[in-house]
Each structure stands twice: as C-alpha cells, then as structure tokens.
Design a protein around this ligand. Structure first.
Ligand SMILES: [Zn+2]
Length: 298
C-alpha cells in the first residue's frame, strides 16, 4: 500500500508523483454513475482486477499529482482536506495524513510553488487551506494558486451552488483573501513543458493538464472522466456533471484524440495503477496498462 501512495512516472525530464488521500474500498457503481448497473460493469472484463470488483462495485481514488518541471513543483488538485464539514460522510471532518504523506513523498507544503485546481469541486480544492487556530489558512504559503477564470466566475455567481458544504468559503476565498490566487485562461501555459487544455462540461471551466518533454507526452484528465469504465461507456454521465451533454461531447473528443497515441493518460480518480493508454475497442475505447503497439503521432 505504501508504494501505491507514491506512484511515479517519468515523462522526458518531467517527473510526476501521485500522492493519495482516499481510496481502496470498492463502492457501488451507482454512487458515481446512476445508469451503471452491475451487469454493465461486469460486461467489461478488462476493468478487473484494478478498476472493478468481480461483484460489479468500482474502485476509485482521490489523489493529487505533483509535477516537477524544471525547478517548479506544481500540485494538481488538492483532494478533500482535513476538518471540513461535508455532506458526504466519508469526507466529513476528515482527519487524514495527506500532508505528512506529501512531505514523505519529498514535497513539504512550503516547497510547493504552484497549486493548480482542474476545477473547483469539493474533492479538488480541499487542501488549498487548512485549519489553524480556527481560521482557514493557505496550506501552501509560498505557492501561487491557479484557478480558471471561467471556473471561478461560475462558482462565484449567485446561481451556482455547491451542494456539499461551504467549499468556496473554506477552500477558495481564503486564497483570494491572502492574495495568492491567479485567475488563468483555460489554455494557460505553466512552464515550457506543462500547459492546460480546456475540457469543459463536468464544470464550465474544467481543464486537463498536458505534459510534453523530450518527445514524451502525458495528460492528467481531471474529471472529464471519473473511471476507466467511461472509456468503454463514454456516454455514462456522472452524478456531479454540471452540463452532462457538454461533458459527453468533451469525453468523446478526448477519447478520440488520445486513443492509439503514445500519450500516457493519468486519471484523476483512477485507482492504482492510475496511469495507462487509450486504445480503440469495439464501438468505443479501452484503458490499457501497456502502450499501444502501433501508436501514431502524439
Ligand atoms: Zn472529482
């Protein structure tokens, strides 16, 4: 289990490390996808054993990726966080060792220079802040926090409501108040090796993260997909998609764009081994743990 906490990938000169907060236990498929019956999950045998239990329940994960590019240390998505009142029982007032694990992986919080949230949902912004003497303080005091401008505008509007606690109040606004936030475009370039790709639908300003170095390539999905099952069933909507139709369109475009290519796909909620490749399969796609044999251009 310890080594699964720190899966690492080398992409050219860039190193990517996965630090997990929650995962391990299987959960009912309908928690994530209302239309995913046991039979539907069991139909896709390649999901077992890593991504689905034989009984049809699914495995998932909540983790961060730390990207080391040049001298930069970029943490992508910050999980659920500790001490936060949340509606989902497993996430409520969490007391987990995430920060200690992050340090153990080689990244004490004060050494992180950039925080990037693919979107502003509850399980992607939690460790932006931590509770210090009753106040929500930035966890990464020396970092610039990058939020999508469009994403911020959506969640800051009157109409949009998080249905799981005061996510903006405890995990986003304190960063703006501390002057550490930077609102960026959906195709923002972070370093010569790391840039954002717009993948809207799950949320209006949702982005994925593209990494390219020395002819090697990877992409961090964010929540455009929540589970490898959606490679085979790309129309399967998630309970938390803001615009399910746009999310489907984005997912199909992404699957078509990256299938049979030498591009490592790192799933933001994919259980270990978390990284793999997209390959064409009957009527749709599949998530493979080895690169496609006759991959085209990246
Ligand atoms: Zn998520």
């Amino acid at each position: 289990m310890a080594e699964e906490k720190f899966l690492r990938w080398q992409v050219g000169d860039v190193r990517i490390t996965r630090v997990a907060e929650l995962g391990g236990a299987p959960f009912p498929s309908t928690f994530m996808f209302p239309a995913a019956t046991t039979e539907l999950v069991q139909r896709h045998a390649w999901l077992r054993p890593h991504f689905a239990h034989a009984d049809g329940r699914l495995f998932g994960s909540i983790h961060s990726f730390v990207i080391e590019s040049g001298k930069r240390r970029i943490i992508v998505d910050t999980c659920v966080g500790n001490d936060k009142p949340r509606a989902i029982k497993a996430w409520n007032l969490l007391q987990g060792p995430f920060l200690a694990d992050l340090a153990l992986a080689g990244f004490p919080a004060e050494t992180v220079d950039t925080v990037l949230c693919t979107h502003l949902h509850v399980d992607h912004v939690g460790w932006n802040t931590r509770l210090v003497n009753g106040k929500w303080m930035p966890t990464f005091p020396k970092a610039r926090y990058l939020f999508g401008r469009k994403e911020w505008e959506h969640w800051a509007s009157e109409a949009a409501k998080h249905n799981d606690g005061d996510v903006m109040g405890d995990s986003v606004k304190p960063i703006l108040d501390a002057g550490l936030a930077e609102l960026v475009d959906m195709d923002h370039t972070l370093t010569p090796e790391v840039r954002l790709e717009p993948t809207p639908g799950h949320t209006p300003g949702h982005v994925s993260v593209r990494i390219s170095s020395r002819g090697e390539h990877a992409v961090i999905t964010g929540d455009l997909m929540h589970h490898p099952l959606q490679c085979a069933e790309p129309d399967l909507a998630n309970n938390f998609d803001v615009d399910a139709a746009a999310a489907r369109r984005t997912r199909r475009e992404f699957l078509a764009r990256y299938s049979n290519r030498p591009v490592l796909i790192l799933g933001t909620h994919f259980a270990p081994p978390t990284g793999g490749w997209l390959v064409d399969a009957e009527r749709a796609w599949r998530f493979a743990l080895t690169p496609p044999a006759n991959a085209g251009e990246p």
